[in-house]
Design a protein around this ligand. Structure first.
Ligand code: SF4
Ligand code: FES
Length: 389
């Protein structure tokens, strides 16, 4: 990766060590989060090179126990959360997953399992359905088995996913197929859409890789070309028309070819709360990559206190923190300045405008990264082994 320049005039941007003004910390009236993303574990049998988990993965011994998760789910429901996304890592590696699903359902939460599915057989699927699971999302790495297994770093994984998907549909659970797309699988996007239809999915999420954590370490092997992006967009448009009423397709476009950034998480701490395996509460899944943050722990703080009053959740809420091109920009309440984690990853300052914005003084970094994206070599995620850079 091209290191971010420290010579650029970081126009009026706050240093990360700066303490926000007290006015920024006071949450006058904060609407509750609609979703809670519970990262039950960082353990995973797959080793996807675009994983958004942090480089330093949490150890099993540091994971929250069953009772604490169940208390967190009850607090989430009391706070106003409607949807609980059970994720990881691979959440099915938690032996207590049926108990967690049952507790969440009893708390009144809609439960969505986000899984690679390689550990799911019919018995486990049925146990989860019986516990009250509402919905399953399976990630597929490709439509071609050999390529899928190579990308996931797990031999035989694709075949296991197909078996699990059939079991999920047989149990009567609605299925969404997640496809993370990049330079090494985009050619088969039409086949991936066909796969979603064949498996009986009613929804498909096609998301270009977002470059944090392991994905940033593998950026040179993953970034798509402009021609690939244009072909993918045409494929999605056509499939949406052909499959209207049969398959809903959500599409997340890549930042690196954009002129304006995405509204990451719909805005910092605006609608979703993340709890990491260790109990750290985060405004987004990549926030642990940000320095100079004291993210609160659900073992010692209630979700309501964290959401409404913690400095970490209030630091980038709204628009008052904005400087540089974002301050006063007509798009400020549309994209919320883009992604804080991407701003930090590329400019070493999370308070900067996301470089995906053409108005950012760092926007040229993205074009430089695209020029360097020529390798096909993956650095696979390995617990305890940071990628060599
Ligand atoms: Fe969005 Fe900031 Fe760019 Fe305006 S300057 S479009 S608010 S990222
Ligand atoms: Fe953290 Fe975008 S992933 S703000």
């Amino acid at each position: 990766m091209t290191p971010p320049s420290t010579q650029d005039p970081l126009a009026l941007s706050l240093p990360e060590s700066a303490t926000p003004a007290p006015a920024l910390r006071a949450a006058a009236s904060v609407p509750p989060p609609l979703g809670l993303l519970a990262e039950l574990t960082h353990r995973c049998p797959l080793r996807c090179p675009y994983c958004s988990n942090p480089i330093e993965l949490a150890r099993q011994a540091a994971e929250l126990d069953t009772a604490t998760w169940l208390r967190v789910f009850r607090e989430a429901a009391d706070l106003g959360v409607l949807q609980l996304h059970l994720s990881g890592g691979e959440p099915t590696l938690r032996r207590d997953l049926p108990d967690l699903v049952r507790g969440a359902a009893e708390a009144g939460l809609y439960t969505n399992l986000i899984t690679s599915a390689v550990t799911l057989d019919a018995a486990r699927v049925n146990a989860l359905a019986e516990a009250g699971l509402d919905h399953v999302q399976i990630s597929f790495q490709d439509a071609d088995p050999a390529s899928a297994d190579r990308i996931g770093g797990y031999a035989g994984g694709h075949a296991k996913k197909l078996t699990a998907a059939a079991a999920i549909r047989a149990a009567g659970l609605p299925l969404t197929l997640n496809a993370v797309v990049h330079r090494q699988n985009l050619e088969r996007l039409p086949e991936m859409i066909d796969l979603a239809v064949a498996l009986g999915a009613r929804r498909m999420e096609v998301a270009h890789v977002q470059y944090y954590g392991w994905a940033l370490a593998n950026r040179d092997a993953l970034l798509p070309t402009r021609a690939q992006l244009d072909a993918a967009t045409a494929t999605i448009d056509s499939a949406r028309t052909c499959l209207k009423g049969r398959l809903t397709i959500d599409y997340v476009v890549p930042d690196y070819h954009a002129a304006r950034p995405k509204a990451c998480m719909g805005g910092w701490a605006s609608s979703v709360m993340v709890v990491a395996p260790t109990g750290r509460a985060l405004p987004c899944h990549a926030a642990e990559s940000l320095p100079n943050f004291d993210f609160p722990d659900v073992r010692t703080h209630s979700l309501a206190a964290i959401w409404n009053h913690s400095e970490a959740f209030n630091r980038y809420r709204g628009t008052a923190w904005m400087t540089g091109p974002c301050a006063g920009c007509p798009n400020a309440e549309i994209d919320w300045g883009g992604c804080r984690c991407q701003a930090h990853a590329l400019t070493a300052n999370a308070s900067n405008t996301d470089p995906a914005c053409a108005l950012s003084p760092h926007h040229a970094l993205l074009a430089t990264a695209l020029e360097h994206a020529t390798t096909t070599h993956f650095t696979y995620r390995e617990p305890g082994r940071p990628p060599a850079r």
